[in-house]
Ligand binder design. Structure first.
Ligand SMILES: Cc1cc2nc3c(=O)[nH]c(=O)nc-3n(C[C@H](O)[C@H](O)[C@H](O)COP(=O)(O)O)c2cc1C
Length: 208
């Protein structure tokens, strides 16, 4: 598929057919993720594809439980907001594949000297506007576009991160890796019309 067509046609897909996704396609999606740019070519990522329905159910259960625990019942809008958050954080339960995106901390060259000046790793990260997090974004977009190219659809999720520590235990994820995001993948069911985006005029400025 033409690259621009894939970019334009990509849409967050939250409803999937029950069809399985072939392992070779899952591997291709992850392989393309690994081609993304990364700060200092650090490639601070790993990807776990979960296709086991029992484990996917457990993941959704952990997220639901955590949302139940964290959201107060006292606020008048709590029930409505909670149910919205629950739905956007756990719809992955019906996806045939969840790719869990892991990242490890990035140590920059400047980390070797700036702490001596009283500027710690967190401060350096802030100064650079979190290059480690920006790095993961490129990898995920590669995954989504590769999925579109293969006739699949996907959705990037950070909602499940609310239960990241529980999910890491369930999936045996060990330090230095932590969960950065999940990507639900499958064959789209229903409407896949791209969502409206701002026009070029609204987002572009030229300083010539
Ligand atoms: C960093 C990030 C986190 C997101 N987390 C979620 C999520 O937890 N649940 C969800 O349903 N969609 C999530 N999305 C998808 C956005 O809601 C979606 O991209 C946005 O509404 C625009 O729609 P489109 O992707 O179809 O163009 C996330 C997207 C990004 C970039």
């Amino acid at each position: 598929m033409d690259l621009q067509k894939a970019i334009v046609e990509r849409v967050s897909v939250r409803k999937f057919k029950s069809d399985k996704v072939e392992i070779d396609l899952i591997k291709k999606i992850v392989e393309m993720a690994g081609k993304a740019p990364s700060i200092n070519n650090s490639q601070p990522w790993k990807f776990i594809a979960v296709t086991n329905k029992e484990i996917i159910d457990k993941m959704a259960d952990l997220v639901n439980k955590k949302i139940d625990k964290v959201f107060p019942d006292s606020h008048p809008k709590s029930a409505q907001i909670k149910s919205q958050v629950q739905s956007f954080s756990t719809f992955f339960v019906d996806a045939p594949v969840i790719i869990v995106v892991l990242q490890r901390p990035y140590e920059a060259v400047v980390d070797k000297i700036l702490p001596e000046e009283g500027i710690d790793h967190n401060e350096i990260n802030k100064m650079r506007n979190f290059p480690n997090i920006q790095t993961i974004g490129g990898a995920i977009q590669n995954m989504l576009l590769t999925a579109v190219d293969a006739g699949l659809g996907g959705c990037w999720l950070t909602g499940p991160n609310i239960a990241a520590r529980d999910l890491e235990k369930l999936l045996d994820i060990e330090e230095p890796f932590t969960i950065s995001a999940c990507v639900a993948i499958g064959y789209p069911e229903g409407n896949t019309a791209p969502r409206a985006k701002k026009s070029l005029d609204e987002i572009f400025e030229l300083i010539d």
